[in-house]
Design a protein around this ligand. Structure first.
Ligand code: DX5
Ligand code: ZN
Length: 225
């Protein structure tokens, strides 16, 4: 059985201690850094942009998974790639020409992700799924960390898994929002490949251990498969 990935979201870290948070992730069992970019237009909140991504990249020893919650992401794809993004995820809802944007991301040398808001159905990706490296299922409404997980995301993930298997695509499934030990096992069973976790990692007493616990889920299942 293939092991899932864990991507801690730096949004929940203490930004006066960003360097420490980066070292912690470097030394942990985490696989990627999840970086949330918010523009105050696509989502109500504003977080940070390429200047911070570029700083994270200088210290990070693992790939940067950059989640763009911005309108007109095509204007910034190349800048985020230049700043150090390894995976660039844009929102379906922000891209009237999604096929073109996915191509642009790949051309930049990054892997291309597409995120779906909680109300956006899976079937809208039917004609594009083979071209996408990763689909990010938002399990909260994007814009803020620390929100309550939306349970309808689980059947949605199953549906996406079905579509990917049916097409024999290599697309990874990532879930983002309200993820922690209380639901991670169920999410993995539904077909998730990448767990994003903000609060459940950085607000934990021992964030490194919280990452290890998320990473080591599913071991018992794996042993018997
Ligand atoms: C929300 C962001 C998430 C957020 C997750 O819009 O996309 O990545 O940081 O935070 P938690 O895990 O606290 O829900
Ligand atoms: Zn995110």
């Amino acid at each position: 059985m293939k092991k899932h990935l864990v991507a801690p979201s730096l949004l929940a870290a203490d930004f006066t201690q960003l360097g420490k948070a980066i070292s912690l992730v470097n030394e942990s069992e985490a696989d990627w850094f999840h970086c949330d970019v918010m523009d105050g237009r696509f989502v109500p909140n504003i977080s940070y942009g390429m200047f911070i991504i570029e700083a994270i990249k200088r210290e990070a020893k693992k790939p940067l998974d950059v989640h763009l919650m911005i309108v007109e992401p095509e204007r910034y794809v190349d800048a985020f790639r230049k700043a150090g993004a390894d995976i660039i995820t844009v929102h379906y809802e922000a891209c009237p020409h999604l096929h073109r944007v996915v191509g642009q991301i790949k051309e930049s040398g990054a892997r291309a992700g597409v995120a779906l808001n909680p109300h956006t159905p899976i079937h809208l990706l039917e004609d594009l799924i083979e071209d996408i490296d990763l689909v990010l299922i938002m399990s909260v409404n994007p814009g803020f960390g620390g929100q309550k997980f939306i349970y309808q995301s689980i059947p949605k993930i199953r549906k996406l898994k079905e579509l990917i298997s049916m097409r024999n695509a290599k697309t990874l499934i990532e879930v983002d929002g309200g993820v922690g030990l209380q639901n991670a096992q169920k999410l993995l069973e539904a077909g998730v490949d990448v767990l994003v976790a903000g609060s459940s990692v950085f607000k934990a007493e021992d964030p490194k251990q919280a990452i290890a616990k998320l990473k080591n889920l599913g071991h018992e299942v794996a042993k018997f498969v």
